[in-house]
Write a protein that binds this ligand. Structure first.
Ligand code: ADP
Ligand code: ASP
Ligand code: MG
Length: 408
């Protein structure tokens, strides 16, 4: 007997018929004699339509109110799902974030979990209940409702699994983590086992199958995570510590991130303290900056480019415009038509020639590289968005379909 936290994404709870399939997955685990905690996302499309509605009032809705609004998506789903489970004779009971409680900091729309009160869930489990917890939402110490950022139900699930010492099953609409987004690359292959570190890179680089914070949580507390499909019984992908990976291939996966924008500050005076000013202002506004490129200085001036997430690009642009004025830069240009392609793999640590091969594949297809960034186990290139799917397929073909399998 074990404890399972089963998380179901939006497509898995999209309608009442799908909720019946979810109920089957829960029932199976219970029949094996396990205890189950369910975490649910909002029904597919619900979070997007709530955001759209709020944006009709104003383009940047007040974030506190946005969180109150968005949390209703998950609240609706857990109530309906609990009713479906109850009709099958399962003692389900829905819990909002504040009822658990899942305590977060007060950064609205992307709050971080600080602690989880686990006693109530433990009591419910011991009485034979199946708690159905709202994903994505929490509460601050002074009772404000918060949300955990897009895809945040994954983090609710992994955090709960960690607190309960449970196995975490992430049920989604694909059969696991693939070598590339299976919706774009038809030949993508399911990965049996992937290390936390590789998954962390894939998540942060656009593979939205797991929210990055959920993987961070998993890695920190060694949570056993199994990503799999709601609609099949096939084994999915296990996310495990590096020691458990036997086959350390050079390139494990390839990602595409179309959610970036490039901001260029043109003709910035090239002197100490200028970069600090720009990036401190962005940091103070909680904006995460990704790739940074500073051109060679010319006559005491330089151009500086960086990328931010596209939904924060307008806000970043406004902030940088104010700083640019202050420091005497010529202008600020925002480009939303960029995309980032990346290759990721543990084997990159000890192999050579990988970057060269990546650039060659892009060059062969006449794709220009605007910026490059690397870590020990990944290489990312910023390119024009219109070439992004081509780049993904070509890189997949070169590194995965026709790449030498290097077992290190
Ligand atoms: P859920 O609603 O279940 O949380 P998401 O839409 O957040 O599901 O994540 C699943 C989607 O992630 C898949 O439908 C797939 O298109 C996308 N995806 C992107 N990259 C990958 C990858 N490498 N492996 C699997 N899925 C991926
Ligand atoms: N409903 C939220 C979203 O769409 C959280 C989640 O599904 O994980 O981002
Ligand atoms: Mg998701």
């Amino acid at each position: 007997m074990a404890v399972f936290v089963q998380k179901f994404g939006g497509t898995s709870v999209a309608n009442l018929e799908r909720m019946e399939l979810v109920a089957q997955r829960v029932e199976e685990r219970l029949k094996e004699g396990n205890e189950v905690v369910v975490v649910s996302s909002a029904m597919a499309g619900e979070t997007d339509s709530l955001i759209e509605l709020a944006k009709k009032i104003e383009p940047f809705p007040p974030e506190r109110e946005l969180d109150v609004l968005l949390s209703t998506g998950e609240q609706k789903a857990i109530a309906l799902l609990s009713m479906v489970l109850r009709r099958r004779g399962i003692k389900a009971i829905s819990l909002c974030g504040w009822q658990v409680p899942i305590i977060t900091d007060s950064v609205f729309t992307k709050a971080k979990i600080k602690k989880i009160g686990i006693q109530k869930i433990k009591n419910l489990l011991s009485k034979g209940y199946v708690p159905v917890v709202a994903g994505f939402q929490g509460v601050t110490e002074d009772w404000q409702i918060t949300t955990l950022g897009r895809g945040g139900s994954d983090t609710t699930a992994v955090a709960l699994a960690s607190a309960l010492n449970a196995i975490c099953e992430i049920f989604t609409d694909v059969e696991g983590v693939f070598t590339a987004d299976p919706r774009i690359v038809k030949n993508a292959k399911k990965i049996e086992k992937i290390s936390y570190e590789e998954m962390l890179e894939l998540s942060s680089l656009g593979a939205k199958v797991m929210q990055i914070r959920s993987v961070e949580f998993g890695a920190k507390y060694n949570v056993k995570i199994h990503v799999r499909s709601t609609f099949s019984k096939e084994e999915g992908t296990w996310i495990v510590p590096e020691e458990e990976i036997v086959e350390k291939v050079v390139v494990r996966g390839i990602t595409l991130d179309r959610n970036e924008s490039r901001i260029t500050v043109v003709r910035v005076p090239d002197r100490p303290g200028i970069a600090a000013k720009i990036f401190k202002a962005l940091g103070d506004a909680h904006i995460v900056v990704d790739m940074i490129v500073q051109n060679v200085s010319y006559e005491g001036y330089t151009d500086m480019s960086f990328t931010v997430s596209r939904n924060e690009a307008k806000k970043a642009e406004e902030i940088v415009r104010a700083v640019a004025k202050e420091i005497g830069a010529k202008e600020v240009i925002r480009d939303d038509s960029v995309a980032k392609v990346s290759i990721v793999g543990l084997g990159m640590r000890s192999s050579y020639g990988t970057a060269g091969k990546m650039f060659e594949v892009l060059a062969k297809n006449n794709i220009n590289i605007m910026a490059i960034s690397t870590s020990e186990i990944r290489i990312s290139c910023l390119i024009e968005e219109k070439y992004s799917e081509l780049a993904l397929r070509e890189l997949h073909s070169a590194f995965i379909e026709n790449g030498e399998i290097e077992v290190l």
